[in-house]
Ligand binder design. Structure first.
Ligand SMILES: Cc1ncc(COP(=O)(O)O)c(C=O)c1O
Length: 371
């Protein structure tokens, strides 16, 4: 049994506020704060003496990310954010063909392809969802790359990655996933789903703060030319030979220079906590809070925009309110943190939330709506 109240204690922000905004950025835990402080303390006291230790620690975190995805560690590289990773993928796949993606995608999924003049086709949602048959209808002989989020940022719709993977296999498409709104909250098995490329940022569900993300590249794509190279991209960086470009044969070739270690270490520490809680417990907890929120909204006759079928459910629920900007501002005055997305309010929850947060939100929301 997970002691959720104990987990909540690790997140002071979740006690100061009714924090329903993991889909924008989660607060960090005390463990992460300690880890990052420790890094700067070492830098303060010892300078670069511990460089080798940091490099080793980076490899330990790479292993943890690989485990999260069921990938090989060689297929994982650290990046700054989703946009960064998606730009790399779009450059690697230049000339392969047209892109198909979803109408609701976050711009990090689409701008990198548009910027490189890919022909891009947007699939329209069906009641907020993207059934595989609907996606398939939009595929032409020129479509070669499918880009989808696992969970859509605007609606919380959770795609079945295995079903889409089967579609990609059947139609010979390169399968690219943006996992920013699901990673560390919902299971992802890149091998089982047949994913070719996957990217995510770590400030939402991995709770590691801004500026750290990861990319997965299936080893079959190591043969492609990488669009970047730097002194850390080669097999033996310590040679510092500025003429011999002997590139590594794995995803870490993308880590071109010195990396932002505190972000990587924050991620490692946060993944330790999430592993301790257990992935299936996290998923169950989030879905339980989702269900509870929807029940309470129904009782209060507030319209839910997100698809409500449990198989599409995620840590995000979008609800319809008049003048969402104004409502969000009034909620903020009560210490209730949510986002405005599209025509509604986006509520999102994580391991530090509980049912009391949702009750408090509903009480204030109904009061604001009635006033
Ligand atoms: C699906 C999705 N991808 C990516 C991002 C963030 O993009 P980036 O990591 O490029 O800042 C967000 C939200 O901030 C998102 O909802």
């Amino acid at each position: 049994m997970v002691e959720w109240s104990k987990i909540r204690e690790y997140f002071p922000a979740a006690k100061r506020y009714t924090y329903l905004n993991a889909a924008a950025c989660s607060p960090i835990s005390q463990q992460v704060e300690r880890e990052v402080k420790e890094y700067y303390k070492e830098l303060l006291m010892n300078g670069d003496i511990v460089w080798k230790k940091w490099l080793e620690k980076k490899e330990e975190v790479r292993e943890k990310v690989a485990n999260l995805l069921n990938a090989d560690r060689k297929e994982v590289a650290f990046i700054s954010n989703t946009s960064h990773g998606m730009n790399i993928i779009a450059q690697m796949l230049r000339g392969k063909g047209e892109v198909i993606t979803m109408e609701d995608e976050f711009p990090s999924s689409t701008f990198p392809w548009i910027n490189l003049n890919y022909k891009i086709h947007f699939v329209k949602p069906r009641k907020g969802t993207y059934p595989v048959e609907e996606i398939e209808k939009n595929i032409t002989s020129k479509t070669k790359i499918l880009v989808t989020s696992h969970v859509q940022f605007k609606t919380g719709f959770r795609q079945d990655l295995i079903e889409v993977g089967n579609l990609c296999k059947r139609r010979g498409l390169i399968y690219v996933v943006n996992a920013t709104q699901s990673i560390a909250a919902f299971d992802i098995d890149v091998a089982k789903a047949g994913i070719d490329f996957l990217v995510f940022s770590c400030h939402k569900w991995p709770m590691a703060g801004y500026g750290i993300g990861a990319i997965y590249i299936n080893s079959k794509w190591f043969k492609l030319k990488y669009p970047v190279a730097g002194w850390q991209s080669v097999k033996n960086p310590d040679l510092m030979d500025n003429k011999k470009l002997d590139l590594k044969k794995d995803a870490s070739v993308l880590e071109v220079g010195g990396l932002h270690f505190p972000g990587i270490f924050a991620l490692g520490t946060s993944l330790d906590l999430l592993n301790e809680i257990g992935r299936s417990n996290i998923q169950k907890r989030i879905l339980e809070l989702n269900r509870y929120l929807i029940q309470r909204l129904k009782k209060s006759k507030i319209q839910v925009i997100s698809p409500v079928d449990e198989k599409f459910a995620s840590g995000i629920v979008l609800i319809k309110v008049e003048n969402p900007q104004e409502v969000a501002k009034k909620l903020l005055r009560e210490g209730i943190i949510v986002s405005v997305r599209g025509e509604g309010l986006r509520i999102s929850f994580h391991v530090y939330n509980n049912k009391e947060d949702i009750q408090r939100f509903i009480i204030h929301l109904t009061k604001i709506i009635k006033s």
